[in-house]
Design a protein around this ligand. Structure first.
Ligand SMILES: C[S@@+](CC[C@H](N)C(=O)[O-])C[C@H]1O[C@@H](n2cnc3c(N)ncnc32)[C@H](O)[C@@H]1O
Length: 244
């Protein structure tokens, strides 16, 4: 069960550092908006808008009449409003919020993997679509940041592409694909700092004593160092769905 308070706390803390550290999420927002197959929607609902990386991309590339954003972190409202004039905002956990509003495009970047019940959340969002509406999102799949999980032995459990394929059987799947994005850092410590600056809270409960940090550093370098850099692998999955 996801600890929503911890998620809220970590993402709130990372709002200021997020955009300058979230290189992969920026690529994902770019790709997701390229995959929609349309660039005109009357009403848009963005789930988990954060500091507005996807919001910026949508503003750049999509024509819309009304825009509503959501995030579990209420402070995200200011980020969305800075980017989109007259932006509506529904604060709160997407799994809990109740609304009768319906949208032509519901879109979310790098957020839904934080939900306790991913499948139910997708079904809820699909139920918020207008006829002919599209639900488009990116999430992370198995193998995501696996280096850190291997070295520390803890981390989120992610679904595989096959799991997603099975889950989406009752929708018309316009697009479903997995990609790999690799980042390179000067040291394993920089990997941890990067995760913290992007709000990834899975490892933040671990107390890194000097000894633990040294072992982490050595193990990570032994397994993942090449040409003086260490790698971190992200596995985004992109999905574009609509009603059958
Ligand atoms: C990795 S960030 C991505 C932010 C933004 N979508 C982007 O393109 O950069 C994930 C965002 O989802 C939000 N979030 C996580 N769980 C959520 C939930 N259950 N309901 C609403 N927002 C949530 C976090 O607060 C955070 O802002």
């Amino acid at each position: 069960m996801a600890d929503k308070n911890l998620i809220r706390q970590r993402f709130k803390k990372s709002l200021k550092t997020y955009c300058s550290n979230a290189a992969v999420q920026i690529i994902m927002a770019q790709k997701l908006t390229d995959m929609l197959g349309r660039n005109k929607f009357s009403s848009v609902f963005e789930v988990g808008c954060g500091a507005g990386i996807l919001t910026e991309k949508i503003k750049e590339k999509i024509a819309y009449k009304s825009y509503t954003a959501n995030d579990i972190v209420c402070e995200s409202k200011h980020y969305a409003e800075k980017i989109i004039q007259n932006c509506g905002f529904i604060p709160g956990d997407i799994e809990e919020i109740e609304t009768d509003l319906k949208f032509d495009l519901i879109i979310s970047n790098a957020c839904l993997q934080w939900c306790s019940d991913f499948e139910k959340t997708v079904s809820k969002l699909a139920g918020m679509l207008k006829p002919e509406g599209i639900l488009a999102f990116s999430v992370f799949a198995g193998g995501n940041i696996s280096e850190v999980k291997t070295v520390l032995g803890v981390g989120l459990d992610y679904y595989s592409l096959d799991d997603f394929r099975q889950m989406f059987g009752r929708y018309k799947v316009i697009l479903l694909k997995e990609e790999t994005e690799k980042l390179y850092f000067d040291s394993p410590y920089d990997v941890l700092r990067h995760l913290k600056n992007t709000g990834v809270n899975t490892f933040s409960d671990i107390y890194f004593s000097k000894k633990k940090l040294r072992i982490f550093d050595e193990t990570y370098r032994n397994l993942y160092a090449k040409n003086g850099k260490v790698s971190l692998t992200y596995n985004p999955v992109y999905a574009v769905l609509c009603a059958k």
